[in-house]
Design a binder for this molecule. Structure first.
Ligand code: ZN
Length: 268
C-alpha cells in the first residue's frame, strides 16, 4: 500500500472528542500513517502536543492563528518556545495573516481594521522569531493577505522555510513562493468540481515542491464534501493529484513523503 502524510490536521478539534482512536485507525488502514496535528492557539497547541505523546503516528505543530490575534498574549514567545522544544513538535504553525474577515465587515471602523492587522503582524513576527531561534520551519496561513505575508517573511529568508498551506492562489503567486525556497500544500479543494484553478496550480508545481494535507475537520474531499473531514481522506486527495501530475500513486507517495521528511524537523 502507498503511504502518505497528512501534513495538516486539527485533531484537537472537539468534533473528534468521541472517536479519535477510530479516526487514527482508519487513517493507518488507508496508508496515512504520519499525521501532523496543527495548533491554532496555545491551548490547542498544547492539546496537539498531548495527542502526539499518546499516538506514535502523530506529530504536532504549535502556533497562534491570525484570526485570533486579538486574544493572543502580548508576548507569545516564552510559552511558544517551551512548547516548541517538545521532541514531537515538527514546526511552528499555523501562523500568518488573514484579512478575509476584518472588523469593518462586521460594523467595525477602519481604525479597528488597522489595529487588527497590526496585531496579526506582531504575533506573526514573534512566531517567526521563535522558528528562527529553534531552527524550525513554519506552516503559513494566509487569506486575502498575500503581499503582506511575503513582506513579513522577507527578513527571515534563508533562516526559516515555509509551507503555504491550503494553497489556492494563481500560478504566478506559486512561482513567487517557490522562488523563496518555500513550499505549498494541497487540500481536498483539489477534488472539488470548481477546483480547476487549484488543479492548474498543482500541474504547475514540481513534484518535489508540495505536500498533501486534509486541514480536517474542514474541506473534506469529494465524495465526502460537506461532511467532517479526517486524515484517511488524504487518499482521495492523492488519487486526484496523481493523474494531474501524470505520475503513479507510488511516485506521488515517494515524492511527497520525502518532501515532508525534509521540511519538517524531527519527522520520521
Ligand atoms: Zn488549518
Amino acid at each position: 500500500m502507498n503511504s502518505f502524510y497528512d501534513t495538516h490536521a486539527h485533531l484537537d478539534d472537539p468534533q473528534y472528542e468521541q472517536d479519535l482512536p477510530e479516526i487514527i485507525a482508519r487513517a493507518i488502514a488507508a496508508g496515512i500513517d504520519r499525521i501532523i496535528s496543527v495548533g491554532t492557539c496555545l491551548d490547542s497547541s498544547r492539546r496537539a502536543v498531548e495527542l502526539a505523546e499518546q499516538y506514535p503516528c502523530l506529530h504536532a505543530a504549535v502556533g497562534w492563528h491570525p484570526e485570533d490575534a486579538l486574544q493572543a498574549p502580548a508576548d507569545l514567545r516564552p510559552d511558544l518556545v517551551k512548547l516548541a522544544r517538545h521532541p514531537k513538535v515538527v514546526a511552528i504553525g499555523e501562523i500568518g495573516l488573514d484579512y478575509h474577515r476584518l472588523p469593518s465587515a462586521q460594523g467595525g471602523s477602519a481604525a479597528d481594521d488597522a489595529r487588527f492587522k497590526t496585531r496579526q503582524a506582531e504575533i506573526f513576527r514573534q512566531q517567526l522569531e521563535v522558528a528562527a531561534e529553534l531552527g524550525l520551519n513554519c506552516i503559513i496561513h494566509q487569506r486575502a493577505s498575500f503581499d503582506d505575508t511575503l513582506a513579513q517573511l522577507q527578513p527571515f529568508a534563508g533562516r526559516v522555510r515555509c509551507v503555504f498551506h491550503c494553497f489556492g492562489e494563481s500560478v504566478e503567486r506559486l512561482k513567487l513562493i517557490l522562488a523563496t525556497g518555500s513550499l505549498v500544500s494541497y487540500t481536498g479543494i483539489v477534488t472539488f468540481k470548481n477546483g480547476q484553478n487549484i488543479r492548474a496550480a498543482v500541474a504547475a508545481t514540481p513534484l518535489d515542491k508540495f505536500m498533501l494535507e486534509t486541514d480536517c475537520p474542514y474541506l473534506a474531499p469529494v465524495p465526502h464534501r460537506g461532511q467532517r473531514g479526517e486524515p484517511a481522506y488524504v487518499k482521495e486527495i492523492a488519487e486526484t493529484i496523481a493523474p494531474v501530475k501524470q505520475c503513479t500513486l507510488a511516485e506521488l507517495s515517494a515524492a511527497t513523503s520525502r518532501t515532508a521528511r525534509d521540511f519538517f524537523a524531527r519527522l520520521t
